[in-house]
Design a binder for this molecule. Structure first.
Ligand SMILES: Cc1cc2nc3c(=O)[nH]c(=O)nc-3n(C[C@H](O)[C@H](O)[C@H](O)COP(=O)(O)OP(=O)(O)OC[C@H]3O[C@@H](n4cnc5c(N)ncnc54)[C@H](O)[C@@H]3O)c2cc1C
Length: 90
């Protein structure tokens, strides 16, 4: 193993390795909308509303603490309610 910050090398005796490369949201298409944070996630609350009317986010693409299937599904249920309310107001 090499520590990328210090360059120090170390041999770890282990039976297996789990490689985590991190996450990067694919949101370049929304960059011009002004709804993304510095990491590229859509800034939106539990109701999925972004700061731009009519633009919603659900799932991993949204700013939130836990990105898992259960939270993505919950987002879907909550955001559809916001979309419906938005459409009824038009
Ligand atoms: C390695 C790994 C392991 C995980 N293990 C677990 C686990 O054990 N339990 C758990 O609960 N969660 C786990 N997760 C997290 C879980 O997969 C996500 O939280 C969940 O899939 C998020 O769902 P989503 O619909 O928001 O996004 P996604 O599942 O990423 O779906 C987004 C979809 O949109 C599509 N898409 C992207 N851009 C466009 C575009 N411009 N036009 C059309 N389509 C587009 C993508 O191709 C993709 O199909 C894991 C994630 C990873 C990466």
């Amino acid at each position: 193993m090499v520590d990328n910050r210090t360059g120090a090398e170390e041999v770890l005796e282990t039976a297996a390795v789990f490689i985590a490369v991190g996450m990067e949201p694919v949101t370049a298409y929304a960059a011009s909308l002004g709804v993304l944070d510095e990491q590229g996630y859509v800034i939106a609350g539990e109701d999925g509303k972004s700061q731009v009317e009519g633009v919603f986010a659900a799932g991993d693409v949204r700013t939130k603490a836990v990105r898992q299937i259960a939270t993505a599904v919950g987002d879907g249920a909550a955001v559809i309610q916001s979309v419906e309310t938005c459409l009824q107001g038009r």
